[in-house]
Design a protein around this ligand. Structure first.
Ligand code: URA
Length: 247
């Protein structure tokens, strides 16, 4: 159940103050009856809300950031396993969000979801090359030759050719990796190909977006400004900064 005024805003009927005026003017109906109380609770899945007689879809363009915990698969549904959709709060369930790209079940960190199909394809398009920064714990210590191999574009065991990527060793068993594509198990396979098998993986950044203080397992909506930065395909500030995040 949602507040009627929130549902109206979410559906693009107007800002909160505009919605207040629309309600007051009797221009909003719920199941055909005028409703002036913005605080009344409605179920957008079963009730019909209309403005000036036109039924509202209740599905505005939304992009959310999730701090994904391990143990959830990146899928909209799965018969056996918990999916990232299970982490969405009830008021986001009707928005028909879909993950933008994917994180492995064991991978944690930044995952975007949207109901804007065009944005989804633009962000995951290999042409766009949106940089993604991962923190990895791994066996061994990454060396200068590994950094050079990443920079030159790795060729994986099965012949898959990777775009040049940035490897920033952080001492024994820890590195930051920046990739500009999203191949299957990409970071794990790249690291394994250098004899540095990953034991823990977390995505810290996508484009210019970082997790900030979003707690693990929580989601928040992106601001319009953040959505526009994604639209413009803005990249991360100098990835060298990311090392400071550990300090
Ligand atoms: N690369 C991986 O190997 N796994 C992820 O979840 C993301 C990138």
């Amino acid at each position: 159940m949602l507040r009627l005024d929130k549902h109206l805003c979410d559906s693009g009927a107007g800002t909160r103050s505009q919605v207040k005026l629309l309600l007051k003017a009797g221009r909003v109906t719920v199941d055909g009856r005028v409703c002036k109380d913005g605080g009344s609770r409605i179920n957008p899945d079963t009730q019909q809300v209309a403005l000036d007689g036109a039924v509202l879809g209740g599905r505005r363009r939304t992009v959310v950031m999730m701090n994904k915990p391990a143990g959830y698969v990146t899928a909209t549904r799965d018969d056996d396993q918990a999916t990232v959709m299970d982490l969405l709060p009830p008021q986001m369930k009707h928005l028909e969000l879909k993950p933008i790209g994917r994180l492995d079940k064991a991978t944690e960190g930044l995952l975007l979801l949207t109901n804007d199909g065009e944005l989804l394809h633009r962000v995951i398009s290999p042409k766009k090359e949106v940089p993604k920064v991962y923190y990895a714990r791994h066996e061994g210590r990454a060396a200068e030759e590994d950094v050079e191999a990443f920079a030159g574009g790795l060729v994986l065991g099965d012949g898959t050719v990777c775009l040049p990527a940035l490897l920033e060793p952080m001492g024994e068993g820890q590195s930051l990796i920046t990739v500009r594509e999203g191949k299957y198990h990409q970071v794990r396979r790249m690291m394994a190909s250098r004899g540095l098998p990953v034991t823990y993986l977390e995505r810290w950044k996508e484009g210019s977006l970082t997790l900030g203080d979003l707690p693990r397992g929580q989601v928040r909506e992106l601001t319009e400004e953040e959505i526009q930065s994604l639209d413009r395909g803005e990249s991360c500030p100098d990835s060298g900064n990311t090392v400071n995040l550990l300090e």
